[in-house]
Design a protein around this ligand. Structure first.
Ligand code: TNX
Length: 532
């Protein structure tokens, strides 16, 4: 049953929810009672309540709004929580502090919509800041509920990434994969190799239109993060229960790195520019020991900055033609007892994956088929749903990222107002909501290897925050719901989205407004490479 009261139209829908009589009035006198372990959630709640209340709620041992971590609570797992709201008080409980962070987002959604817009205090207005009486017990179905943002094709500053993290957290999404490197740009600072961002962080211009077009915009595009900015983003996301998973792609999609350090390539004397086209670039990494050492150093910096247990190493779309024509690569393949240079792809990824495993991390890679990646890798399957199951059958853990259901760079619909985007499929809201992670009926044991799923926002055609948000919402609402509570059906989701749209409006998310023509991109100065 879908709740009849609009303020109970939560997205994602909680596992169990029942309305209770009465309401709790939050006002400037409301005090929080915070038990040990609940401080991070209390900080987040204070941060979100402050604009609407006009002041930060205080803490007191006899506060009526209780946030409690209670390790003896069973059945709630890492991220589950219980929430009881009645006229006398609020009790938010979880077995782990991550569960409380999810509960705080439920509290935010239960508040009057206008409380979400940070620009005015609403507590003293006629409507006050009421929470409807409710009893919720909520547990997510899947542990990996992600969104990938490609900041390599078009750079976005950390100030914007913080807002994106906030929007993910509101929907209880818990992974932001940052696609930091690609043919068209390198955004991750590496102290040992400053040219990666100095040279690899800027391209002369960008292709207009899809891969294979012949027109270019004539405008340089650049940007890179500082180490301090990334560390701060990681902390900001962690305070919201969001893990930032960095992606450094190898051995293909590396043209920006080749432009910065030609010795990484298969023809070290050749000078390449940072790619200005879209599509699959023929240039890939060489397979000498110095290339592996270079990327080990890069990954050491990455693991220093990003505490995420998972580190993505790319692995997609790697043409092997250069290796087939390179005597050094052919010799390497023979030395490694491979059947030929084509197998260097899996071999290269295996060396890089080993390095991460030794550093205590889990490598993640895009599946080209699901059957060729090193077994240590978590497999992100994007081409065919069947690849997810092929990988799971081999024993991989899997994150489902099928392009037909989760690619947010594809158009939302056929309408004439849809902005130009990646040609290919239309991924409508209902398609995303149709995401189905059920294991094949004859192999139920595979279900346990599916960590979850992720939406992908590739940004070849996406230059502005407005465009990012138009493509992300409400499709990420649908993804979040399927991953949190797959039992909730389409009609109920549609109905609840009506109310939820008012929350997105209050937050200024242009979920219904196609973005206008792209504005000229800014050209920030190259970043300082000092670490923070
Ligand atoms: C394929 S999916 C890619 C990306 C493109 C995307 C465009 C994947 C692992 N590689 O490099 O941006 O298609 O939809």
């Amino acid at each position: 049953m879908e709740p009849a009261r609009p303020e109970l139209a939560l997205v994602p829908r909680p596992r169990r929810l029942s309305a209770r009589p009465g309401r709790f009035r939050l006002d400037t006198g409301t005090r929080l009672r915070v038990t040990p372990g609940a401080e991070p959630a209390a900080d987040l709640l204070r941060h979100h309540l402050e604009p609407a209340l006009g002041r930060r709620p205080e803490q007191s041992p006899d506060g009526t709004f209780v946030l409690a971590v209670d390790a003896s609570l069973t059945g709630l797992g890492e991220e589950g929580y219980g929430l009881t709201v009645g006229p006398e008080g609020v009790l938010l409980r979880a077995a782990r502090s991550a569960g409380l962070l999810r509960g705080v987002q439920t509290v935010r959604q239960l508040l009057p919509y206008e409380a979400l817009s940070a620009d005015r205090a609403v507590a003293d207005g006629p409507a006050g800041l009421d929470l409807p009486g409710v009893e919720i017990t909520d547990v997510p179905r899947h542990a990996w509920r992600g969104a990938m943002l490609d900041v390599a094709r078009h750079f976005q500053p950390v100030s914007y990434l913080r807002r994106y993290v906030d929007l993910l957290a509101l929907h209880k999404l818990n992974v932001l994969q940052l696609h930091l490197t690609d043919d068209q740009g390198w955004r991750m600072p590496v102290a040992a190799y400053p040219r990666l961002t100095e040279v690899g962080g800027r391209r002369a211009e960008s292709m207009i239109g899809p891969a294979g077009s012949s027109r270019f915009d004539g405008r340089p595009h650049s940007g890179a993060y500082t180490r301090g900015e990334l560390a701060e983003l990681v902390a900001y996301a962690a305070a919201r229960g969001v893990t930032v998973v960095p992606e450094i792609g190898v051995p293909g999609h590396v043209r920006a790195a080749l432009a910065a350090y030609p010795e990484l390539g298969n023809r070290p004397g050749r000078r390449l520019d940072v790619w200005t086209r879209w599509g699959v670039c023929p240039n890939v990494l060489g397979v000498g020991d110095h290339v592996l050492d270079f990327f080990r150093t890069v990954l050491d910096e990455v693991t220093d900055v990003f505490p995420s247990p998972y580190v993505h190493i790319g692995g997609d779309e790697c043409p092997t033609t250069e290796w087939e024509h390179s005597p050094a690569a052919v010799a390497r393949a023979a030395r490694e007892h491979l059947s030929g240079p084509r197998e260097l792809h899996g071999w290269f990824l295996g060396r890089v994956a080993d390095h991460l495993v030794r550093a205590g991390r889990r490598p993640v890679a895009w599946a080209e088929t699901g059957t060729t990646l090193p077994l240590d890798c978590v497999v992100m399957s994007w081409r065919e749903p069947e690849h997810a199951w092929a990988a799971a059958r081999r024993g991989h853990e899997v994150v489902y990222a099928d392009h037909r259901t989760t690619y947010l760079d594809y158009a939302r619909g056929e309408g004439p107002l849809e902005p130009p985007g990646q040609p290919g499929h239309v991924v409508g809201l209902r398609t995303v909501h149709g995401l189905d992670l059920a294991a094949p009926p004859s192999e139920p044991e595979l279900a346990a290897r599916v960590l979850g799923a992720q939406g992908q926002l590739w940004t070849e055609f996406v230059t502005t925050p407005e465009h990012i948000e138009y493509l992300s919402f409400p499709r990420l609402c649908a993804l979040a719901e399927r991953l949190w509570n797959p039992a909730a059906g389409w009609p109920g989701f549609r109905a609840r989205l009506g109310g939820h749209a008012a929350r997105l409006d209050a937050l200024g998310v242009p979920h219904a407004t196609p973005p206008g023509p792209p504005r000229p991109t800014k050209h920030p100065e190259p970043p300082a490479h000092a670490s923070a």
